[in-house]
Write a protein that binds this ligand. Structure first.
Ligand code: HEC
Length: 152
């Protein structure tokens, strides 16, 4: 997410209309992206909480999938004109993202670093996995607290 978040700044300052998709389509794709992030996180969270059995291979694969998602270029997913002020009822992305791209990037960096750290330990047993998942979960929450509306 490092590279892609930096390019998000460019997107935010670029002239609107640089993207072919409609704002609604963009919001839909953005939510789909985070649905995948949430899906993978559920597997790891389930293991960390003892709801599903720890499985080193599955944990490693899932952590790797999060890494893949972290490498996805989200610039176009955060095109200008797609906040919840612009698209009421379609997105929870707060206008604060576009007003404070540096702060948003910082949250993204923390997420990325936690995913890297998770990948280092995911296959090393439940005791190693648990704190790394907790750390990662904290970075989700930190971004959501500031930049995702609690409701539509
Ligand atoms: C850098 C900020 C940021 C980080 C880090 C982040 N999210 Fe999000 N997330 C968002 C924003 C913004 C939205 C709202 C997207 C929208 O509604 O357009 C969102 C939406 C979601 C959604 C709802 C998708 C939907 O269908 O509307 C889920 C699930 C989610 N995030 C899970 C996670 C998980 C799990 C993590 C951590 C592993 C995470 N997110 C990390 C910013 C972030």
């Amino acid at each position: 997410m490092r590279k892609l978040l930096i390019s998000t700044v460019i997107a935010a300052t670029a002239a609107t209309g640089a993207f072919a998709q409609s704002p609604s389509d963009t919001a839909k794709a953005r939510r789909a992206f985070f649905t995948l992030v949430g899906f993978e996180m559920s597997t790891l969270g389930g293991m960390a909480q003892g709801k599903i059995d720890y499985d080193a291979e599955l944990a490693s694969q899932t952590a790797q999938d999060l890494m893949t998602l972290g490498g996805y270029t989200i610039t176009d997913l955060f095109a200008p004109g797609t906040s919840n002020d612009d698209l009421m009822g379609e997105t929870r992305a707060e206008a604060a993202i576009w007003e404070d791209m540096d702060g948003f990037q910082e949250k993204g960096m923390a997420f990325y670093e936690a995913v890297v750290a998770l990948n280092e330990v995911a296959g090393d047993g439940l005791d190693a996995l648990r704190p790394a998942v907790g750390q990662l979960g904290g970075t989700c929450k930190a971004c959501h607290d500031d930049y995702r509306a609690s409701d539509f």
